[in-house]
Design a protein. Structure first.
Length: 201
């Protein structure tokens, strides 16, 4: 066999060995490098990726669409769903934590989500927890004609000191709606209920 032929075989063997180990290393890189949150815009093929839930929320709440989670999220403030906007959160089983479970006192914006007029918030799976609000529902507030859709969601360990709000959800707008499936669990939320102004959970 010629020297050129032997060299060609050696190169081919090296390439074959590299291909044999590439899938595992490539997979590890793809998992470690994957962004924690993705936004799929409504009526657009663009995808926004970030490691910040807040940044992802800013995008999806402004334009509408789906926010997909690949990690848990801890909120530092209440997040608004703008009027007339439709937002879906696909949690993939992850937790959204408001971070106030151990707080000694509530915050005026201690809820998680504030769904404004004619807006829709859909949450699929996961857990909503750790809200402690002094003005409205513990976890979620709904304004006029706002809609909340819950699919397989657990809402637990949220609180409010507002006598008009539910420990988990407050519907304090006209014609606001909550739709939930049989797999949704709302438990262990607490509210001061000396007065009930509207529907609450």
């Amino acid at each position: 066999m010629s020297r050129f032929g032997r060299r060609t075989i050696c190169v081919l063997l090296v390439v074959a060995m590299m291909l044999g180990i590439m899938p595992m290393s490539a997979l590890a890189a793809s998992v470690s490098d994957q962004m924690k949150f993705k936004v799929y815009y409504k009526d657009s093929v663009q995808v926004y990726q970030t490691n910040s839930f807040q940044s992802a929320w800013t995008e999806v709440a402004k334009y509408g669409g789906t926010l997909e989670m690949f990690a848990d999220a801890k909120l530092t403030y209440a997040h608004n769903v703008s009027a007339d906007i439709e937002v879906t959160i696909q949690t993939n089983g992850h937790t959204i934590d408001r971070g106030l479970a151990k707080s000694a006192s509530p915050k005026a914006d201690g809820e998680m989500f504030h769904v404004k007029k004619n807006a829709t918030l859909t949450v699929i799976g996961g857990t909503l927890t750790g809200a402690y609000n002094s003005d409205g529902g513990g976890a979620i507030d709904l304004l006029d004609n706002a809609t909340l859709i819950l699919q397989g969601v657990t809402i637990t360990d949220n609180r409010t000191t507002d006598h008009r709000g539910g420990g988990a959800i407050r519907m304090h707008g006209d014609n606001s709606h909550v739709r939930m499936d049989a797999d949704t669990v709302i438990s262990n939320n607490h509210a001061l209920l000396s007065q009930v102004e509207q529907d609450y959970y």
